[in-house]
Design a protein around this ligand. Structure first.
Ligand code: PMP
Length: 283
């Protein structure tokens, strides 16, 4: 849930201030609102400290660059605003959403000097503990996100498919494109085959949790392949899991009507999750 205070920097009267979240913070001709022209990032704290803030900031800047936008605040400057805002909202642990748009626009033209930058604070969200024990289900959908390397505003299919996702008891939607597996609607995808960890290389958002898993795999001396995955490889996978800031490492045991292996979370997934839990506990 969105907390009481946000931080706004844009061409509105409250520029550069902490303001109430239930007051207007953007102008109606903001190109983010009218055309979906904007990027965001999403992170969370463990032990009161943002997990891999540097990586999230870098990704935010990179997403912005891919849309010819500028964050306009340095890493440390933005970090101190975020912690101030978490404190103002009286939270120990929080989720943080950074939002950047091209600002007010005349038609399709925006002025890069008057961008809109928001910092929103939400309660941290965790999936039910049970789901990590039983494993979760995915439904697939043929789609590739626009400019997928940027965490941009276009989540139309992710939103539109929510009802179907719920109906099918699925946790996420797995995007497939031209016979290849890409990523999920809000997470990255991995499979394990003969002890080897495999995750798609291109056409995806470079998840921070994905990167953390790749580093853990390196530490554990697991064999890793970062390459395209064919849809047909799902049928013979030994294990599968997804990764995201608010999903950690979630075992996947069913994709549409395909059961993954014996339908239970696999040993490599469990080992990686245990290592990840240690990392966040020591954050
Ligand atoms: N892909 C997409 C499309 C996402 O929205 C997310 C969630 N940010 C991810 C992957 C996972 O990224 P992260 O591990 O940084 O949360």
């Amino acid at each position: 849930m969105l907390k009481k205070y946000i931080w706004v920097n844009g061409p509105t009267a409250q520029a550069g201030k902490i303001v109430l979240a239930n007051r207007p913070a953007i102008l109606v001709n903001d190109i983010g609102f009218l055309r979906g022209y904007g990027v965001f990032d999403f992170m969370r704290t463990y032990n009161g400290k943002i997990f891999r803030y540097h990586d999230h900031y870098q990704r935010f800047v990179n997403s912005a660059k891919l849309l010819d936008l500028k964050v306009g605040l340095g890493e440390k400057e933005l970090e101190s605003i975020i912690y101030k805002l978490i404190k103002k909202n009286k939270l120990k642990e929080a989720s943080v959403r950074l939002v950047l748009t091209g600002g007010p626009a005349d038609g399709l033209l925006f002025n890069p000097k008057t961008r809109t930058l928001l910092v929103l604070i939400e309660d941290p969200y965790d999936l039910p503990v049970k789901l990590f024990k039983t494993g979760a289900k995915l439904i697939s959908f043929d789609y590739q996100r626009l400019i997928p390397e940027a965490k941009n505003f276009n989540y139309i299919w992710a939103v539109k498919l929510q009802a179907e996702q719920k109906e099918q008891g699925a946790t996420e939607i797995l995007y497939l494109n031209r016979g290849e597996v890409l990523e999920c609607s809000t997470s990255n995808f991995f499979l394990v085959k003969k002890g080897k960890l495999i995750t798609p290389k291109a056409g995806i958002l470079a998840g921070i949790t994905r990167q953390t898993v790749l580093e853990l795999a390196n530490k554990l001396k697991l064999r890793v392949e970062v390459r395209s995955i064919k849809v047909r490889e799902l049928k013979t996978a030994d294990e599968a899991f997804i990764t995201a800031t608010n999903k950690k490492i979630l075992p996947i045991v069913m994709i549409d009507k395909t059961k993954i292996s014996n339908g239970l979370p696999g040993p490599i997934t469990k080992t990686l999750l245990a290592e990840f839990e240690i990392l966040i506990r020591n954050n």
